[in-house]
Write a new protein. Sequence first.
Length: 146
Amino acid sequence: MNYDEVEILFVEDSEDDAMLTIRALTKSGFVNKLLHVKDGAEALDFIFCKGLYASRKSKENPKLILLDLKMPKVNGMEVLEKIKSDPDLKSIPVVILTSSKEDPDIKKCYALGANSYIVKPVDSDNFFSAIKEIGIYWMILSEPQH
């Protein structure tokens, strides 16, 4: 995969949730340029062109970041904070996709600059529908900041 062509960076440590999300995005036609990473540390390496992704050109940012909160190494809240505090990255839409319905998490994510906060639906029909709508909205309908 050419890392400079990644349009969606998907950060999720649960294999089951990742498979469901990727399947939903595939059915919607949005996975051709998706990179799935399993923790916040790898996500930051990708975003800041370090480690495995040191050869990536930093000007080619993803169009969308789907971010889980509860992850090993570096949690989603820390990843969100680093992205939104960087002037070159803060315009990238970040959608929190998590199982946490905890009010403090929701408030903190929005305070840090999350563009949307979506609680993963338990039933798969609602989940597929939500993921499809995320893809349509953020990849097609939403006008990027310039």
